[in-house]
Design a protein around this ligand. Structure first.
Ligand SMILES: Cc1cn([C@H]2C[C@H](O)[C@@H](COP(=O)(O)OP(=O)(O)O[C@H]3O[C@H](C)C(=O)[C@H](O)[C@H]3O)O2)c(=O)[nH]c1=O
Length: 181
């Protein structure tokens, strides 16, 4: 597995070793020991999530606050997304910055997102199966988010906004300057 840093402190891109043969392919989609050794801290994922989205669906930007803040390992099992991570950590050297990367069932890449980040993705193909691990359980009372097209974050989603599909909840998320801490 190859692990590379991103512009965000503590956020990494993982690329598995893909074993191909006449049947198809095999790769380790998660290896706790290798990831812990690289990031230098223990990881204990407790919940796996899967969402399925049509082309144009944008989910995010979401996070959980306080003790329910989640580290995540996100990957795409089918299709392709533009994945976006935003650094919410005031003490971070990359506070307020964002990182984006295309994840797909072709590139097999995943992103380790540390606690203290907002996360979202835009589905770029007809059907996207998105799978991710969280190190804290879902805690609705601690859910928070930032509007996807916040002017201060200025995220270029590379997609026609008129064709995006968002939940009513996500369309009402606050701006960066009004976000829940
Ligand atoms: C997140 C979550 C949701 N739910 C229920 C709540 C709703 O009834 C339904 C859909 O939830 P929501 O609209 O929040 O789902 P997404 O918009 O995909 O949310 C996710 O979107 C971005 C990409 C993330 O990174 C977050 O982990 C997560 O917030 O699933 C659960 O039962 N458990 C959960 O862990």
């Amino acid at each position: 597995m190859k692990i590379t840093s991103t512009l965000l402190q503590g956020c990494y891109v993982l690329e598995p070793l893909v074993h191909q043969d006449k049947r198809g392919l095999f790769f380790e989609s998660y290896h706790q020991k290798k990831l812990e050794e690289y990031i230098g801290e223990k990881i204990n994922f407790v919940q796996d999530n899967i969402s399925i989205s049509k082309k144009g669906v944008l989910r995010g930007l979401h996070y959980q606050t306080g003790e329910h803040s989640q580290a995540k390992l996100v990957q795409v099992l089918k299709g392709e997304v533009l994945d976006v991570v935003v650094d919410l950590r005031k003490q971070s050297t990359t506070f307020g910055a964002h990182f984006k990367l295309k994840l797909s069932s072709e590139n097999h890449k995943s992103i380790f997102i540390p606690k203290g980040m907002a996360h979202g993705f835009l589905a770029l193909t007809k059907e996207v199966i998105f799978a991710y691990k969280c190190d804290e359980y879902y805690h609705p009372q601690s859910e928070a988010g930032i509007l996807f097209n916040d002017p201060d974050l200025d995220i270029e989603w590379e997609f026609n906004e008129a064709k995006m599909i968002l939940s009513a909840k996500d369309l009402k998320l606050p701006l960066w300057k009004d976000r829940k801490i």
